[in-house]
Design a protein around this ligand. Structure first.
Ligand SMILES: [Zn+2]
Length: 319
């Protein structure tokens, strides 16, 4: 699906295509992955969540975002719909640096949710909570999640209007997602090192870094998603750009795009100077210095959890 889209765009503008394609690779609108086959071997590198559009007045208020988190039955969505073992707590999945096993999640608590809405100045009958749009795609499970969220939020007086788009029409989905029109949206995001993409020359059987000055014409391009995979497929590395094996994605590859001000996948429009500073500091630290990085990631995780900028629905397993 993604490949088809890429080829279509490649004809016009190679660089633009690469940028667009990276986003499509990382942002999921539906569940594209298989279910866990073993109970203990699961490794995660992403998270599927409902995001709040903080450019909408109502979601500028933290208590409202927290109320939504308490109102939504994440346990049910994670285990019954997504077939995950547990509902997530923070945004950082188990196994990634900064994961906090004692971080409290948001258990379903309607009383608390109503209390928070009241504190924020929204009564059950407030007209401002009667037309809240939720953007989602047409995957069977995604659709079920959206429906469940709508029902759960009705318990605190919120009337959700579902806006479903066809995931196959990725351009439309991306444009709706980026339009800022919708209050809420469902999406998944996987950490990925941005260099984990190469362009193969189908004719010459050579593969390049995306920044190579000698890329083949569009009709000869083949996108390759790992160095080893390229070699196994019979491609040899280009002598000009000398593509390097991709590094393993880390926590910063998950957090930076989603939560740094202006991040490439920051569709909540989250803006928190403290988080920006921590991310910038973390980006400047050698990824092998885990003891220096861990406290920074943990602090970010905790801030994001308290700010309730997303409703975390389940962790995405590594492919
Ligand atoms: Zn090259």
């Amino acid at each position: 699906m993604e490949e088809t889209h890429l080829k279509k765009l490649t004809i016009n503008n190679v660089q633009l295509t690469i940028k667009v394609c990276l986003r499509y690779l990382l942002i999921f609108g539906i569940l594209l992955f298989g279910l866990s086959t073993t109970a203990f071997a699961a490794e995660y590198d992403g998270v599927f969540f409902m995001g709040f559009n903080t450019h909408k007045d109502i979601f500028e208020v933290r208590e409202v975002r927290q109320a939504f988190n308490y109102a939504i039955n994440r346990e049910y969505i994670a285990t019954e719909i997504a077939s995950a073992e547990v509902a997530p707590t923070g945004i950082i999945p188990p196994g990634m640096l900064g994961y906090d096993e004692v971080l409290a999640g948001y258990p379903r608590d309607i009383k608390k949710a109503k209390q928070l809405m009241k504190e924020a100045g929204f009564s059950m009958s407030d007209s401002r909570i009667k037309n809240i749009s939720l953007l989602h795609t047409d995957g069977v499970k995604t659709r079920k999640m959206a429906q469940r969220i709508k029902e759960d939020l009705a318990d605190i007086g919120v009337k959700v209007r579902l806006k479903e788009v066809d995931y196959a029409d990725q351009e439309y989905w991306a444009s709706e997602l980026e339009s800022g029109r919708h209050h809420l949206f469902l999406m998944g995001y996987k950490a990925s090192a941005l260099d984990a993409i190469y362009i193969g020359d189908k004719l010459m059987k050579v593969f390049h870094a995306v920044t190579c000055p000698e890329l083949p014409p569009a009709d000869r391009q083949q996108f390759l998603y790992s160095y080893e995979g390229a070699v196994v497929s019979g491609y040899r590395p280009c002598d000009v750009c000398k593509p390097q094996p991709e590094r393993q994605p880390t926590t910063i590859d998950l957090l930076n795009p989603l939560f740094h001000t202006g991040g490439s996948a920051n569709l909540t429009y989250y803006h928190n100077r403290k988080v920006d500073n921590l991310l910038d500091e973390a980006a400047g630290i050698d990824p092998t210095l885990t003891s220096a990085l861990r406290p920074k990631y943990e602090e970010i995780n905790s801030i994001l959890q308290n700010d309730s900028i997303t409703v975390n629905l389940f962790y995405i397993e590594k492919l």
